[in-house]
Design a protein around this ligand. Sequence first.
Ligand code: B12
Ligand code: SF4
Length: 457
Amino acid sequence: MLSHRERPVLRRRRHRASGGRVAPIYSEKRVRLLLISCRSPFLQDDRIYPPLGLLYLKSAALREVDGAQVTIADDYDLDDLAPLADFDVIGVSVMTPQRAEARRIVRSVKARWPDKVVVAGGPHVLHYTEDMEQDPWDHLVRGDGERVLPRILRREPVPRISHEVLPAAELASMPPPDRLGEREFLRHYHYRLDGLDATTMLLGRGCPMACKFCEDARTTTRWTSPANAERELSDIVELGYRAVYLFDDLFAINLRRCAPYLRLLKAHRLRFRCNVHARFMTDEFAAALADAGCAEVAFGAESGSQAMLDRMDKKTTVAQNYACVEHCKRHGMAVKAFLMIGLPGETRQTIAETERFLMDSGVDDAQIAIYYPYRGTRFRQEMDDGAIADLVFEGEGLGAYGQRDLGSDAAVRTPTLTSDDLLEIRRTLITRYRLRSHLGPHDHFFDMHLAGVQEGG
Ligand code: B12
Ligand code: SF4
């Protein structure tokens, strides 16, 4: 919870226009913003990777709004709202499995302070806007929030629902996340990579690929500037981290584009991990990553079945997936594969092919998820249009497709595989191949775990 020391003093006055109701006043000079990273009570540990989006928003607010005071919180108690009293604007970042928690926050805050400005943003807002509209949010910010949030803080007219995708040039010059100003906050997060204290960063946003299950498909890559990357890396080193996970959807897409960033990573002597793509991986690319300090790569192999890869429009071949592992391992990097089961077209035969990939490819680890049809993806659109006959979506549920260890949630079934079959197959693969992502200690990968709860409230 926010400590009382952190609570700024809220100034209030009688607001004539509101008929004498008590309304918060804030001006550009003293707006107080609280940015909340929703807790995810169903995860075993939601304090591995810091909420980068909120760190970016804080920097943008500080740069764009004179006198703004910004606090980021990842802990709060809805039974004791007193620490929230002093903020003029409350911003909440929401992923789909956090939607019930976000609803609890906005309803609690609005019930107590109807005039407080409460704003939601994040991937859930982008793709589930109609659902979010039902709750008393003052603003639903879809897409990048760096420009809209300062406008809200300055009390400029902003529609209830906004949508912005910052042009690449503008994004490149946005201030980097305020890590140095959030030293204490960052200490809550305990990601380790290659045995070293690590944190996360982004060198770009978006992905030009077209995978039918992915929300970020066809968004083109917008890179940060090398100058910003240099500043971020210096901050990261100054904070004592010795490794970094590049969270870009797809960093290793083009060696020429990556080269300046690889030079910076090497100069800062940081070990790193990044996401790669089998279609673009070559021996030369793998050598360049390893030379720059890459300890580990992850890639969406997705399936061992060519028919499945084609169906999801992955634009890779099974042979490329095997070659990707080979290139990266030849240069000494550990390789982790993201695999999914339960997509349209899945059968026991296609899963057997995925198991063969696990057995034969030489991957060091894999994360196995059960497919979840998120809105904003082409598969989900086809499902909603009734164009997919071989997959049944059982309902929104928690909104997660599979987690770190044996716990999971299956929201789909195929004509030949029930949800329980998919859960059982996943469990079997994890235990048979002793997949560290799911069974290992917490310094590995997507360290999170679904305790088996369904959406509440
Ligand atoms: C890091 C990450 C995680 C981390 C989260 C760590 C953290 N604290 O941030 C972990 C590993 C825990 C995680 C888990 C999951 N993730 Co994830 N994750 C990502 C990833 C790779 C990067 C997120 C990020 O930092 N983005 C960069 C920042 C700058 O963008 P941003 O956070 O969206 O913030 C910007 C805007 O959205 C907006 N904004 C955000 N919040 C707010 C708030 C306000 C007030 C305003 C005004 C604006 C605003 O402004 C920000 C700056 O422009 C994204 C993919 C991606 N490239 O975004 C997937 C992604 C967000 N995850 C996704 C999914 C599916 C999941 C899981 C559900 C997977 C699962 N296993 O079930 C879980 C859910 C966990 C949960 N808590 O509920 C989906 C989103 C699905 C959805 N509809 O919510 C994404 C988009 C991946 C994808 N392509 O499908 N994830
Ligand atoms: S799954 Fe990966 S490669 Fe495919 S569109 Fe999404 S981010 Fe890009």
